[in-house]
Design a protein around this ligand. Structure first.
Ligand code: SF4
Length: 305
């Protein structure tokens, strides 16, 4: 009798896990699809180079884009690209084996940027800026060689918010990480289809799908301490103040230039009262109703989970 009960309990637990995993997959597809639609990231006939580092986020990006391509009413191509930077102990066989298994066209670009960075940057100094500059140039070239008109990166919502806070705290700028922007060489369209996805979801998805993760510390560089602190702060907010991080993220798409102080964004100097009532005008002595949702025309706050 108790063995039967145990079996039933086990079955229910398995069903629950399968249900949760399916829900996660659907959520990722919905959010990635929403970001692609909102920013018109992918169009008919596009050839998208999906940058695959071997980390959880880029695996999730490729996986979800492959699912969406099956369902999309438009036709577009995907090519996975990994840059093997020749870091010590990089397991070069892992990505080709995975990509062969899932049946996606891919290209592995072998470039020893690791030695260049080691040679040029003195011991103990941060290597990331030169390393990423070299990587960027190589990936732009590879995109051209492969005939890709879009470059997709696996950055998610938390990366965008961390960058936003880093820029504000240490760079004195209101600047995040764009969901879609032309590259700095002016030749490529860079897209971030995971812009609406939370990092906890990519972490769980990587576990569910058992992606063969390649560690990201092979270069020996220390993790950026400031980014780490901001990440910890955001995780604490998520726990203690549910909804706060989501609100901050929604705020990035609900900008009111007249209520900031950037004179290049809003014509403060030539401003004249025209006698027309405007709900976005100054409400003088009243306090801002900060708890009300966005009322800026054309801005639709992201749907809550
Ligand atoms: S962490 Fe290592 S691989 Fe990544 S950008 Fe920095 S130096 Fe390059």
């Amino acid at each position: 009798m108790s063995a039967v009960l145990n079996d039933e309990t086990d079955n229910k637990a398995v069903e629950k896990i399968a249900y949760e995993n399916n829900k996660l997959h659907k959520r990722l597809c919905r959010l990635v699809g929403q970001a692609i639609g909102d920013f018109n990231m992918i169009e008919d006939g596009d050839k998208v180079m999906v940058c695959l580092s071997g980390g959880k986020d880029s695996y999730a990006l490729l996986d979800i884009l492959m699912t969406l391509r099956e369902r999309a009413p438009i036709k577009f191509e995907l090519v996975a690209v990994n840059l093997d930077q020749k870091q010590p102990n990089f397991p070069a066989e892992v990505l080709p084996a995975y990509l062969d298994k899932i049946g996606i066209p891919y290209h592995i670009e072998n470039q020893d940027t690791y030695s260049i960075v080691k040679r040029l940057i003195p011991e103990g100094k941060t290597t990331c800026s030169l390393c990423s500059r070299l990587r960027r140039g190589i990936l732009y070239r590879v995109a051209d060689e492969l005939g890709c008109n879009k470059i997709a990166l696996g950055h998610h919502r938390d990366d965008i918010l961390e960058t936003f806070f880093l820029n504000m705290f240490f760079g004195a700028k209101i600047k995040g990480m764009p969901a879609k922007l032309v590259s700095d060489d002016g030749k490529h369209m860079v897209i971030r289809p995971m812009a609406y996805v939370k990092e906890v979801d990519t972490e769980r998805y990587a576990e569910v799908k058992q992606f063969p993760i390649i560690p990201c510390d092979l270069c020996g560089s220390q993790e950026n301490l400031q980014r780490k602190q901001i990440k910890a702060l955001m995780r604490e907010w998520e726990k203690k103040h549910p909804g706060r991080v989501e609100n901050i993220f929604s705020a990035l798409s609900t900008v009111v230039p007249s209520h900031l102080m950037d004179r290049a964004l809003f014509g403060f100097t030539d401003l004249k009262a025209d006698g027309l009532a405007n709900p976005l005008g100054d409400i003088a002595f009243d306090e801002e109703p900060c708890s009300t949702p966005a009322t800026v025309p054309g801005i639709i706050p992201l749907a809550r989970e």
